[in-house]
Each structure stands twice: as C-alpha cells, then as structure tokens.
Design a protein around this ligand. Structure first.
Ligand SMILES: [Zn+2]
Length: 232
C-alpha cells in the first residue's frame, strides 16, 4: 500500500513572536500556521504533517456545514435552508408578490413582469424572511423578558458575518443576525435568551450561563446546532 502520509500539506505561514507553533483551519478550509521565527521551515513541515489527521478532519467538518449564502440565486428548485430544513424553491408568476412555506417547499409568488429579475426577487424574498424572523424573535423575546422581568427599547435585524446577535445593555437594544431565519427554531430561541441575559450580565461569566441554564436547561445542545451553519 502506498504511503502518502509524507505528501506535503499546503498552508500559509505567519511568523510570530509567540512561543508555540499554532495550526488553524479556516472556514474556507485553508490551513494557517503561525510559528516563532526560530523554528526552521523543515521542522514546521514536520509538525504540520504530524497533525495531518486532525487537519483533514477539520476540513471534512467544514465541508459538512450548511452554508448560508447572502445571494442565493432565486430560481426553481434552488435549495434554501429555512428554519433548519433544506427546502426547494418554487417560483410562481402571480398578480402580487408573496412567500408561502408549504412543507418542504417554499412557494415564491412573484409578479409576472419581475419573475426574471433577480435583484427585485431577492429584495422582496429577503424582506419577507425578515418579517417572518422578526415575528419569531418578538415571540421569544416577549417570553423571556417577562420571565426575567426585563424590558427592551429596540430589536433590530441586520445581516452580520461573524455573530448571531449583539446586545447593547446601555441602550437596551439587541441586534439579531437576519440570517438566523435559516437556523432551527430551538437555536433562534437560544440566541434570543443569550442576548437578553446580557441585559443582566454584560459578559460571558459563570453567572451569565447559570442564568441561561435556569430558563433553558438544554441550551448547550441548542447552541451546538448553530455550529452547523456557516455564513458566507
Ligand atoms: Zn454573548
């Protein structure tokens, strides 16, 4: 059997003043290595090769993630993740625009004159999903604000790349990622409670997670669901 463990692995190298060699696999599957200046290239290659299995596993994990793209081409049979389920898109020319979820199908009724206009369709489609998501977020927010005896001034949806939500306790304002609409309900509910809990603890302390646990004993499983989604 051929031994291919010695095949070189491609990576980008950054020299740092840190003490150790550090290997990370980024969301695009590219391997980044940072190493102190004193470590010779040959030794870095050896270290990278010794981590081969771990690297391949990490890359496989990334491939299995559900990728949420900002610009899905809205055409018949396109696959769109909505509330954690991959659904087929059906585009139906109609007198007026509206979006309906019918089991695993999303029916997008669109005015005939715009049925080939991607920009127009995308704008209306995203607006409809935002309205749906806002209803869910409001429902969950009302539930936990009541339970925790708290209040909020403002909830805003925004397309963000790196976070699902942000709380600004001083303004009693929470921003939620509009891409949450693609994730499961249980995960959306977790993000809502997480951000509301920041009104009490503006950090990720033990007390913060204890508060979440009190109202959502299965929060860890819900949080893990989010790991499957990658925003691009
Ligand atoms: Zn947080």
């Amino acid at each position: 059997m051929a031994n291919n463990t010695m095949q070189p692995i491609e990576y980008t190298l950054t020299r740092t003043s840190r003490k150790n060699v550090n290997i990370t696999v980024k969301n695009d599957g590219v391997i980044h290595v940072s190493a102190p200046k004193r470590v010779a290239l040959a030794d870095i290659n050896k270290i990278v090769l010794s981590k081969r299995e771990w690297i391949l596993n990490a890359q496989k994990n990334i491939k299995s993630k559900k990728i949420i793209k900002n610009d899905v081409l809205l055409r018949n049979n396109a696959s769109v993740y909505l509330y954690g389920t991959a659904r087929k898109l059906l585009i139906v020319p109609c007198m007026k625009n509206f979006v309906a979820i019918n089991g695993n199908t999303i029916v997008f009724y669109v005015k005939e004159e715009y049925s080939n206009d991607q920009k127009y369709k995308s704008s209306f489609f995203n607006k409809s999903l935002k309205i749906e998501l806002m209803k869910d977020i409001n429902k969950f927010a009302n539930k936990y604000l009541k339970l925790l005896n708290l209040s909020l001034n403002e909830i805003e949806l925004r397309a963000m790349k790196t976070r699902w939500g942000t709380c600004i306790p001083a303004k009693k304002k929470i921003l939620f990622n509009s891409k949450l609409v693609h994730c499961p309900y249980e995960a959306i509910e977790y993000v809502v409670l997480h951000e509301i809990a920041h009104l009490v603890h503006p950090n990720h302390s033990k007390a913060f997670y204890a508060l979440i646990e009190q109202y959502m004993p299965d929060w860890k499983e819900r949080k893990n669901l989010l790991q499957d989604y990658l925003i691009k």
